[in-house]
Write a protein that binds this ligand. Structure first.
Ligand code: UFG
Length: 340
């Protein structure tokens, strides 16, 4: 297939980046990956090769290196940048805040600088519902004010959105996608999430416990003001998230210059932690060892998306069920323990 346009995907060997690489390629674009593999590894590139049947261009480089980005953009005549590359651990950001500000902010500024120098106008940015903190109203919509970020990681996403909004004056068109809780993996189990060390996030912890790598899952708190007392989140299949990126890029192409928009990427359905655990047990048939424990510091009680704006702007809706997401997450866990 002749590919129409090259799209720079920073962090394309990461969790959401790699799934978006698949969607882009399958939609007729040529994804060009820049990733320093600091939080990923070659196996994700191998997985992409197996899925796509080709090696997409890959540069092992740091996205804080604007000059390198300029080189790649020029070599491939890049039409749009999707900027995923960032650190994303809440705990690590609390322990090492400067690492987070340095990496997440510097890389964004380098991306914007490279776009300015090369005249690339379109940016799709990876943001997070963390920008809302605990919103006053749920489902939360894009007009909800930012609360003080709970972590340096969250602060980098808030700051990044502000930086992009300011940079629009340079003639850019940008869209910031606020992910809720992406989970699951590509159905063939060739790419997925690769947590480093002990996972902080719920679903990798569940699957690692189910496979016997962790002794038990602790559910953090059952005294929240929610139907079953456990926190409520909006879990969305990573392939749904990836598809929305292609739609967002195509939407940007129709917009005038100096356009900025932030959009929620969620299902609109709140699911409690306990419900998720029960669903996992039901769909996989695995006897998961879990206990109820105390609250975790900094957790938001309940948050889920109002997905109406993204539905109308992108003509996109999440389509995969929680059951599908958990089945795919479990297949991926089994695949990585077997060395894929
Ligand atoms: N949880 C457990 N046990 C675990 C892990 C998580 O009970 O072992 C619970 C948490 O307390 C929380 C829910 O599962 O109630 C989801 O936790 P995650 O860590 O998977 O996700 P969060 O919603 O806390 O965090 C996510 C992203 C962050 C982002 C944040 C914004 O992972 O990057 O949303 O709200 F900052």
């Amino acid at each position: 297939m002749t590919k129409s346009k090259s799209i720079l995907v920073t962090g394309g060997a990461g969790y959401i980046g790699s799934h978006t690489v698949v969607e882009l390629y399958q939609a007729g674009y040529l994804p060009v990956i820049v990733d320093n593999l600091s939080r990923s590894n070659q196996s994700m590139l191998d997985g992409l090769h197996s899925i796509l049947g080709v090696h997409v261009p890959f540069y092992q480089a740091d996205c804080c290196d604007a000059q390198k980005l300029v080189e790649v953009i020029r070599r491939h005549d890049v039409a749009c940048v999707m900027h995923f590359a960032a650190f994303k651990s809440v705990n690590e950001s609390v322990a090492n805040p400067l690492l987070y500000y340095r990496n997440n902010i510097d890389s964004l500024v380098a991306v914007l600088e490279a776009m300015r120098v090369t005249g690339v106008s379109d940016l799709v940015f990876s943001s997070s519902c963390t920008v809302y903190g605990q919103p006053d109203h749920i489902p939360v919509d894009e007009l909800a004010p930012f609360k003080r970020a709970e972590s340096p990681y969250g602060a980098t996403k808030q700051m990044s959105e502000r930086i992009i909004e300011d940079a629009i004056q340079l003639g850019l068109r940008a869209i910031s996608l606020r992910y809720f809780n992406p989970i699951g993996a590509h159905p063939g189990s060739l790419i997925g999430e690769l947590p480093i060390g002990v996972p902080n996030n719920l679903v990798p912890y569940v699957t690692q416990t189910a496979i016997g790598l962790r002794e038990k899952l602790t559910i953090f708190g059952d005294d929240y003001n929610t139907p079953d007392g456990t926190c409520v989140r909006d879990f969305i299949h990573v392939c749904d998230v990836a598809e929305a990126h292609v739609k967002a890029m195509e939407y940007l192409q129709q917009q005038p210059s100096k356009h900025f928009l932030a959009l929620n990427l969620g299902t609109g359905v709140g699911v409690s932690v306990k419900q998720l655990v029960e669903t996992f047990i039901r769909v996989t048939g695995v006897n998961l060892n879990w206990v109820m424990g105390p609250r975790r510091d900094g957790d938001v009680e309940k948050v889920y998306a109002n997905p109406e704006l993204s539905a109308s702007v992108l003509r996109w809706k999440s389509s995969r069920s929680l059951e599908q997401s958990l089945t795919d997450a479990w297949s991926w866990e089994k695949a990585i323990r077997k060395g894929i």
